[in-house]
Design a protein around this ligand. Structure first.
Ligand code: NAP
Ligand code: GCO
Length: 257
C-alpha cells in the first residue's frame, strides 16, 4: 500500500515542462521539483531560460534547461533525442508552452491564427510524438497538456486560442485512447484566469478585471501557485487511474452562469 507521501512523490522521475522559463510553466516546474522530480525547463529565450534554471538550483532543486522552439519540428526532434540519450529518459511531459494573439476573427491574419494553433496545439502533438515511444517502451509515463477554460468556453477575440485549446482537449483524449494500455496516463489541466504576462493586458483593463472578479465564484484572479497541486497530482502515482481527464482549476468559473 502506498503511503500518502509515496502517492504524491515524484522522486526518481525526470520531467520536461515546455514553455517553463516563466509564468505557469515555471511554477509547475518548481512544484514538480519540490515533489522530487528532476526538471527540464524549456523556452526560446536563452537568458530567460538560464535565469529560470538558476532560480530553481538556488532553491536546491534539480533543474536543467533545453532551448528549443515548440513549433519547430527539427528543433524538437534533436532536443528530445539529446534529452533521451545516454540512458536518460523523460518520465513526465507537461505540454505547457502557449501564446495568445487576440483579435476579431474577421480581422485575424492567417499568421496570427497559425501562430496560436502551432504553439498551443500542434506543439503538443510534435513533442509528445517524440517522447511517448520511450514511455510506451518502459510501460510508464505521464503527460499533462495545459489546456484552458477556453477548451470549453469562448469569448469574442479569442477564436484562434479557443480553437487550439479545444483541440488540445480532444488531442488529450486521443493520446489516452492510444497510450493508456501502455500505462501512460494523459490528462489535461484547464486553468481559469491566471495572473501572468499573458493576461496583464486584461488585468490592467478595469472593466475586464472587475468582470472576471465578479464572474469567478472565488472572486479573484488565479495565481500560478494555484495550479501547482493539480499538476503534481496528475503527474503522480495518485493519478494512475485518471486518464483522458480535463481537470479545471478555475475558481469555479466554468461551473456557474
Ligand atoms: P506566459 O507567461 O506568456 O509564458 C509563456 C511561456 O511559454 C514562456 O516561458 C515562453 O518563453 C514560452 N514559449 C512561448 N512560445 C514558445 C515556443 N514557441 N517554444 C517554446 N517556448 C515558448 O504564459 P502563461 O500564462 O504562463 O501560459 C502558460 C500556458 O498556460 C499556456 O499554454 C497558456 O495558454 C495556458 N493558460 C494560461 C492561462 C492564463 O490565464 N494565464 C489560463 C489558461 C491556460 P519564450 O518566449 O522564451 O519562448
Ligand atoms: C482571454 C484570456 C484567456 C485566459 C485563459 C482562460 O483573453 O480571455 O487570456 O484566454 O488566458 O486561457 O482560461
Amino acid at each position: 500500500m502506498n503511503s500518502h507521501e509515496d502517492r504524491f512523490s515524484l522522486a526518481g522521475k525526470r520531467a520536461l515542462i515546455t514553455g517553463s522559463s516563466q509564468g505557469i510553466g515555471l511554477a509547475m516546474a518548481r512544484g514538480l521539483a519540490e515533489a522530487g522530480a528532476g526538471v527540464v525547463l524549456n523556452g526560446r529565450d536563452e537568458a530567460k531560460l538560464k535565469a529560470a534554471v538558476e532560480s530553481l538550483r538556488k532553491a536546491g532543486l534539480a533543474a536543467e534547461g533545453t532551448k528549443f522552439d515548440v513549433t519547430d519540428e527539427g528543433q524538437i526532434k534533436s532536443a528530445i533525442a539529446e534529452l533521451q540519450s545516454g540512458g536518460k529518459q523523460i518520465d513526465i511531459l507537461v505540454n505547457n508552452a502557449g501564446i495568445h494573439r487576440r483579435g476579431p476573427l474577421v480581422d485575424m491574419s492567417l499568421a496570427d491564427w497559425q501562430a496560436v494553433i502551432d504553439t498551443n496545439l500542434t506543439s503538443a502533438f510534435l513533442v509528445a510524438r517524440s517522447v511517448a515511444p520511450g514511455m510506451i517502451a518502459r510501460k510508464s509515463g505521464k503527460i499533462v497538456n495545459v489546456c484552458s477554460l477556453m477548451s470549453d468556453l469562448a469569448r469574442p477575440t479569442t477564436g484562434n486560442y479557443a480553437a487550439a485549446k479545444g483541440g488540445l482537449r480532444m488531442l488529450t483524449r486521443a493520446m489516452c485512447a492510444e497510450w493508456a494500455k501502455h500505462n501512460v496516463q494523459v490528462n489535461g489541466l484547464a486553468p481559469g484566469y491566471i495572473s501572468t504576462d499573458m493576461t496583464q493586458v486584461l488585468i490592467k483593463d478595469p472593466a475586464f478585471d472587475s468582470w472576471i472578479r465578479g464572474r469567478t465564484p472565488a472572486g479573484r484572479w488565479g495565481e500560478v501557485e494555484d495550479l501547482v497541486g493539480a499538476c503534481v497530482f496528475l503527474c503522480s502515482r495518485a493519478a494512475n487511474f485518471v486518464n483522458g481527464h480535463l481537470l479545471f482549476a478555475d475558481g469555479g468559473l466554468s461551473a456557474v452562469i
